[in-house]
Design a protein around this ligand. Structure first.
Ligand code: NAG
Ligand code: NAG
Ligand code: NAG
Ligand code: NAG
Ligand code: NAG
Ligand code: NAG
Ligand code: NAG
Ligand code: NAG
Ligand code: ZN
Length: 329
């Protein structure tokens, strides 16, 4: 143990920008949070030996070494059909003034929402308040960094909207103690085809804030202008995978109902690349924030909607053709 504290002391003297691994007496994260809060008492990281993810199951063993950990690789052919997985209702996702602040947390870029943003449906047991979204990425479009993979494919980025059971009144300390206290919506982000730049406009606007939050702890107020619907453009939100998992960062609480949408958000290469060359883990003398995602964890049972809509569409086209033939005879 003395050995450990010596190692920690050395690391700190070396000027590590964060309190690597040290357990502090005071809660670092008041509202525990997200799939990304520097939860409670453990300082963790993605990029330095001693606090990176190989250490999480050791210093945060209670949950990070658990048996329903996220993210996972989703095997599409193994997803079981569950017809209870109906559409969601998204409250205030069309409002252009719900995004309040954008922050460099040192581990991600996070946008906090005003109150009144909510989801329901989707086989969730009750309404959930949408609290924030944050992103995961690798190194631009060349090194993909989504957390979930589908049939082994990793995408450039992943957006997570974190929601907490409405009955907990946004108290995430309570929510993480409930096995379904949080609902996370995962959106895979893919490079837009063609040579477009600065697209979609909503993502260009979002990325325009990055230069103002280049250092850890930087936070700026967002001006009204883009909605969550704008950012989630092009995704059919009735098609998704569902499984029970965890927060993907310490303390890795196993409290998350995961929804990973099948369709991707298409973002132009230049905008994706901005994330890995604008914000830093600490300050301008520290590395750019890259590879901010957790590795794949053991598989879980995954469910999805019944019929694929393409077979349904083919079926109704066939019926239409048939009725045209019959009608004309
Ligand atoms: C940047 O962070 C390093 C490591 O935490 C620190 O030593 C240095 O003083 C910081 N530089 C500035 C300009 O804040
Ligand atoms: C993560 O930490 C482990 C053990 O401390 C170390 O062996 C490994 O090189 C580190 N990886 C990165 C990417 O920092
Ligand atoms: C993690 O759990 C496994 C099996 O449950 C156990 O063998 C292993 O020792 C645990 N690791 C840590 C660091 O607690
Ligand atoms: C669908 O919901 C019903 C009613 O809550 C439940 O009895 C049934 O087990 C659910 N089906 C699946 C596949 O989860
Ligand atoms: C990330 O990508 C940039 C641009 O392609 C490259 O210069 C840099 O070396 C990469 N960083 C790492 C750590 O691989
Ligand atoms: C959340 O609930 C816990 C337990 O009831 C309480 O101790 C804590 O103060 C609450 N946190 C907030 C931010 O209200
Ligand atoms: C993209 O740009 C290249 C080089 O300018 C051009 O050859 C190609 O046709 C463009 N592709 C599309 C889809 O516009
Ligand atoms: C970034 O900060 C500059 C200088 O403070 C300010 O003029 C600009 O409006 C800010 N940009 C955004 C997108 O907030
Ligand atoms: Zn996340």
């Amino acid at each position: 143990m003395m050995k450990d504290s010596t190692a920690v002391g050395k690391r700190r003297r070396e000027g590590a920008s964060k309190m690597n691994w040290i357990v502090t007496a005071v809660a670092v994260c008041v509202f525990v949070p997200s799939a990304h809060c520097q939860s409670n008492s453990v300082a963790w990281c993605f990029n330095e030996p001693g606090c990176n993810q190989t250490m999480w199951p050791i210093f945060a063993a209670k949950y990070c070494n658990g048996s329903r950990q996220s993210p996972i690789n989703i095997v599409s052919a193994s997803a079981q059909v569950n017809s209870n997985l109906t559409a969601f209702t998204f409250l205030n996702y069309n409002s252009k003034s719900t995004m309040k602040t954008i922050k460099n947390t040192g581990d991600t870029v996070k946008v906090d929402f005003a109150s009144g943003v909510r989801i329901s449906g989707g086989d969730l047991s009750e309404d959930y308040d949408s609290l924030q979204f944050h992103l995961h990425w690798g190194n631009g479009t060349s090194v993909p960094g989504s957390e979930h993979t589908v049939d082994g494919k990793r995408y450039p980025m992943e957006l997570h909207i974190v929601n907490s059971k409405a009955s907990y009144n946004r108290n995430t300390t309570l929510a993480v103690e409930d096995s379904t206290g949080l609902a996370a919506l995962g959106f895979l982000i893919e490079e837009m085809s063609g040579n477009a730049t600065g697209q979609p406009a909503s993502w260009r606007t979002l990325s325009s804030y990055l230069t103002n939050i280049s250092n850890r702890g930087d936070i700026v107020t967002m001006v009204p202008g883009i909605s969550l619907d704008d950012l989630l453009t092009g995704v059919d939100r009735t098609k998704y995978y569902r499984y029970l998992g965890s927060l993907t960062t310490p303390l890795c609480h196993e409290a998350v109902v995961w929804t990973v949408f099948k369709e991707t958000i298409k973002v132009s290469k230049d905008v994706i690349d901005l994330f890995s060359k604008t914000v830093h883990f600490s300050n301008s003398t520290s590395p750019f924030m890259i590879n901010v995602y957790r590795d794949i964890q053991p598989a879980q049972r995954v469910t999805t909607q019944a019929a694929s809509s393409t077979s349904k569409a083919c079926y109704s086209l066939a019926l239409m053709a048939l009725s045209l033939v019959l009608g004309s005879s």
